[in-house]
Design a protein around this ligand. Structure first.
Ligand code: ADP
Ligand code: MG
Length: 309
């Protein structure tokens, strides 16, 4: 199959939304703009052998790719609209790509996303997606704005499962269905993101590890601030504590990454959406900026995923 047949077969679909004036097939896509809205844009990559195993199931690759990208829109409180896909495949022969495209389109339908363009080439397996969403003017939620007095909340399933699954991939642990699910099919918290507009003072999605991502909120806080986390409020993924013990379970949940939950600071007294869990509070700045049960984080913890590593 050549490049053009592959694009036509797998990636050209009728648009879902009438705002798509011209989708896949021309030199560029055209979408019409709504007045009173702002456009929110983010790009993400998934490289086999780096972000996922070298040999990689197509549906998991698609779900992780879109989950990661859409999680960034969720973290801004944005509504997803369009996606561009740049895909590098080892072969254009049918098989892997059929399953990949099938899952990709199903997820697009589910999240109301139109695939409006992309690029396809041959090479080691990797993909980049650009996701585009919108928000009513001025209502996007940024990383800036956390302040003392806020509570700290997590929105999403639970924490640490994707990190535990890395131990499964490394042959250190026996397989675990829920951990595999968290790793391969992260659930972007779009509904929670939308409902936190006008409520969260700051927000980020947990991609690199809760503590590392929390430092980004602290770096952009209004006045210096310290976050007090409570270990008894941390939503651990299934069997994390049973398999690893509390100390390591905490390390995985607070530094592991790939959770794609939302981490938001919210002033007290607001009616927070039901799926949220309060995990701590923000107080006036002190020297240690994240405290766990009143103590500094263990010094041996690697605080999160470092992409240069
Ligand atoms: P050009 O050479 O002008 O970049 P291409 O031949 O690469 O155009 O792509 C043809 C059309 O197919 C364009 O509309 C492009 O956006 C789209 N396209 C290519 N690859 C993909 C893909 N993986 N997913 C979605 N659209 C794609
Ligand atoms: Mg091209």
């Amino acid at each position: 199959m050549n490049e053009f047949e592959l694009i036509r077969t797998h990636f050209q679909r009728d648009p879902l939304d009438p705002s798509v004036v011209l989708g896949v097939g021309d030199d560029a896509a055209i979408v019409s703009q709504l007045s009173d809205y702002e456009t929110v844009i983010s790009v993400d990559s998934v490289v086999a052998g780096r972000h996922v195993p070298q040999i990689c199931p197509p549906d998991g690759f698609a779900a992780r790719l879109l989950g990661r990208g859409l999680s960034d829109l969720a973290a801004m409180g944005a509504d997803p609209k369009y996606v561009l896909l740049s895909l590098t495949l080892p072969t254009f022969e049918p098989g892997w790509v059929d399953h990949f495209a099938d899952r990709f389109h199903k997820l697009c339908v589910r999240f109301g996303l139109d695939l409006v363009g992309g690029d396809t080439s041959r090479g080691p397996l990797s993909a980049h997606i650009t996701v585009i969403g919108h928000v009513p003017k001025g209502s996007a939620i940024s990383r800036s704005g956390l302040r003392s007095g806020d509570d700290l909340w997590v929105f999403g399933s639970d924490l640490g499962g994707a990190r535990a699954y890395l131990d499964v991939l490394d042959g250190l642990e026996s397989n675990h269905e829920v951990w595999a699910e968290r790793y391969w099919r992260p659930e972007p918290q779009l509904v929670a993101g939308l409902s936190l507009r006008g409520m969260a003072s700051a927000m980020i999605d947990i991609s690199d590890g809760l503590c590392q991502d929390l430092f980004h909120l602290l770096d952009n806080s209004v006045g210096s601030a310290t976050v007090k986390l409570q270990s008894n409020l941390i939503p651990f993924c299934d069997d994390l504590v049973d398999r690893f013990g509390l100390e390591k379970a905490l390390e995985y949940a607070l530094t592991g990454g790939d959770d794609y939950c939302l981490l938001a600071s919210i002033p007290p007294g607001l009616e927070v959406p039901g799926c949220g869990r309060r995990i701590g509070m923000v107080v006036k700045g002190e020297s240690a900026r994240i405290l766990l049960d009143g103590k500094p984080l263990p010094s041996k913890w690697q605080l999160g995923w470092d992409h240069s590593r």
